[in-house]
Design a protein around this ligand. Structure first.
Ligand code: ADE
Length: 333
């Protein structure tokens, strides 16, 4: 792994960025809405790596990592710098920087900014129509299928490189202006290159609430497929979150709740999640009213096939993407 803080531009382009507004605090550091404070900075961003200035770069997102989280910043930059990572449904990387202020060192990761924020934030304050559910679901699974290397890239991806996200959840899916989705937060992602061994020492990572039963049990095998299936379990939970906020059968929808919030609240322990998901095999509640809608009814089966206890029985991202694509065409409202 190359230390990106020592790499040439744009890593060290010293952008003139002004942090405007703290948007979120994550596992590592904080997420800011920021602005380029002079036009010259824009020029620094046009490189062969980054030929397009995203929407005139009015605003960008800056993830600020404190010094002690340098490893996490490096891990995430390492993933974003792969040529594989250029796709409409993957958050667009702009630059990374080591920032030395007086006595304080920080590590910045600069990406495109999306005003709608995360899918989780959006669902908290908005309901979605059937058409919107399809649009978000289709674009999100397109991004995931691309990451998993199931579909060829539009930008010439590295052949045979697959990436497991390992922290897939509605907070890590962002919504663009047109309500298409892009996947963010690659701090825990693992890349699988053909012919290369990979050494993973800590398999039980991610967010407890979204951990697949085999992760909660600590019983995963270290193959690419097993990691992709773990992402698909979480993808099922995210699709369920979208269904709870869909107005297709009830114009008010349900109130927004995280998966398993009804069962274990907001701060579940690992033991609580193990009991619920591994021992009792509980999954989020399917609203009986959804059976009245042809689209939601089909989506129930898809979601259940994503979160199957048996990891090998789970659908792939490409398959879920195809199913939602079909549903969007056949069920209009
Ligand atoms: N939250 C996390 N990343 C973000 C981004 N790039 N834009 C807007 N909100 C975000």
């Amino acid at each position: 792994t190359v230390d990106p803080s020592l790499a040439p531009t744009p890593s060290q382009s010293s952008l003139n960025l002004q942090l405007l507004e703290l948007r979120a605090r994550g596992r590592y550091g904080s997420l800011w809405k920021a602005q380029l404070s002079d036009q010259d900075s824009c020029k620094d961003l046009i490189t062969s790596e980054n030929p397009v200035i995203p929407s005139a770069l009015k605003h960008v997102a800056v993830k600020v990592f404190p010094l002690q989280d340098k490893q996490s910043w490096m891990a995430e930059v390492d993933i974003y710098r792969l040529s594989h990572m250029k796709h409409d449904n993957i958050l667009r990387f702009i630059a990374s920087e080591r920032k030395e202020e007086t006595h304080v060192t920080e590590f910045w990761l600069i990406t495109e900014f999306h005003e709608n924020g995360s899918l989780s934030d959006y669902l908290k304050s908005h309901t979605i129509t059937w058409a919107e559910l399809c649009k978000i679901g289709e674009s999100m699974t397109c991004g995931l299928a691309y990451l998993h290397n199931e579909i060829p890239g539009t930008y010439g991806s590295m052949a045979n490189l697959a990436i497991a996200h390992r922290d897939f959840k509605s907070k890590n899916v962002l919504l663009k202006h047109d309500l298409t989705a892009c996947i963010a937060d690659f701090g825990l992602a693992l890349k699988f290159e053909p012919g290369k061994m990979f050494n993973e020492t800590h398999p039980q990572v991610g967010t407890r609430r979204y951990m697949a039963p085999e992760v909660l049990e600590g019983a995963i095998c270290f193959s690419l497929d097993s990691f992709l299936r773990i992402d698909m379990y979480a993808c099922g939970l995210v699709l369920w979150e979208m269904m709870t906020r869909c107005t297709a059968v009830n114009e008010y929808a349900e109130i927004y709740r995280l998966p398993f919030e009804a069962e274990v609240g907001l701060q579940p322990t690992l033991e609580e999640m193990q009991t619920l998901v591994v021992t009792q095999k509980v999954r989020p509640a399917i609203n009986p009213a959804w059976h009245q809608h042809q689209g939601l009814c089909s989506l129930i089966s898809t979601v259940e096939e994503c979160w199957d206890q048996d990891a090998e029985a789970r659908l792939s991202a490409g398959c879920v993407n195809e199913r939602i694509r079909q549903l969007a065409c056949t069920v209009n409202s």
